[in-house]
Ligand binder design. Sequence first.
Ligand code: HEM
Length: 404
Amino acid sequence: MARILLTIALLFSLALPGMAQDVDAPASGATDPRAATGGAQTLDDILARQRGEEVPSRERSEDPDSAGAMAGQLGSLGGSSDSEVWSALRFGTADVTVSAGGAPARVLIQDRGMWWLEFREGPLTTYGGWLLLGTLALLAIFYVIRGRITIDGRKTGRTVTRFGAAERFTHWLMAGSFILLGITGLLVLMGRQFIIPTFGHEAFSTVAIGSKWIHNNVSWAFMLGIILSFFFWISHNIPNKTDLKWLAVGGGIFKKGVHPPAKKFNAGQKVIFWSVILLGGSISVSGLSLLFPFEMPMFAKTFAILNETGLPQTLGFGALPTQLAPHEEMQFAQLWHSIVSFVLMAIIIAHIYIGSVGMEGAYDAMGSGEVEEQWAREHHSLWLEELEEEGKLPDTSKAATPAE
Ligand code: HEM
């Protein structure tokens, strides 16, 4: 315990402005840089120790103003460092006791914190941003080449009920909340880099506080949305053989006039559904872990399970760490939350495209809930046949204006 107190005292002593100056720039004429630090260890000492060289213990300076003397009042080692204590603190094996704050407060040094920060501000932001821009660019190119997917056959003027009010409410609850979460999440992640240089710190502060508030509170609506849509649509999303035929012709979206048969949801929509449930579910769980800091550590346990499968080792990552500091757990939760969100955002951008400008007649399904019968025949022929067989079509098909 005394050693740990000493170490903390040393940290403070090294942080003294006068000291820092002396360490950076040795006093002119001084042959031993430690003379300038009152006998406390110098930067040279630290570097030498890192190179594995032997650094002798320093005598405590008699100068009452020196850091060595100050640190020395707190322990027997004076201003010298103890690499074992540092190492124990750094790797989380030191026996630290605190009077409040629990496990997180016992972490005095968090070794991997800088790696996380650099990854978050570097590759995560860069590749995530490019993924979204790349998706938008690909969709724009697709639109230019393929154009809007139109209803090929003659419109009947009759409509079929595709989604009831409760399903549409669920969809828009999920969609509205996801869009808000996506925008505010991106602002929290990237705002510092993009808003501060252009609009300044004040503006970023307001945006960040607002975004965080919206993000934290709207998350509940998204979670409710995915739970409800799971129960509404799970029965239509079990993969079957028809999906393989649909996938074999790319759903017919690349070629005009190609319409592979499909039930209520085709294979493409099943991919969207399961992405929302699985990726959205994973984003929700990691989000809850961020919302309640240090309360829901889950990565050490997950890594242990993964290690048992041998998968990380096979993929060349080696065994994943199973001893994580509470802060590391939070850092992994943040990274996972963001990476999976970027993937789901890219998928949803493509979904929004096909559900709006990309395909004639699709939006009505979630707008009014009624779709043109010919649209249903082309994109969901097996579903329409089922409705006919069940005798549901006459009731739900409404004669509208005659087909043009
Ligand atoms: C403004 C944005 C959006 C539009 C215009 C839109 C449009 C649509 C449409 C038209 C459908 C019905 C397709 C059909 O009848 O076959 C649909 C279904 C669906 N939407 Fe959206 N949507 C949007 C945003 C979202 C978001 C943000 C999510 C989830 C995070 C989402 C998840 C789903 C799911 C799971 C389905 C059922 C499976 C499917 O049809 O792909 N939607 N959407």
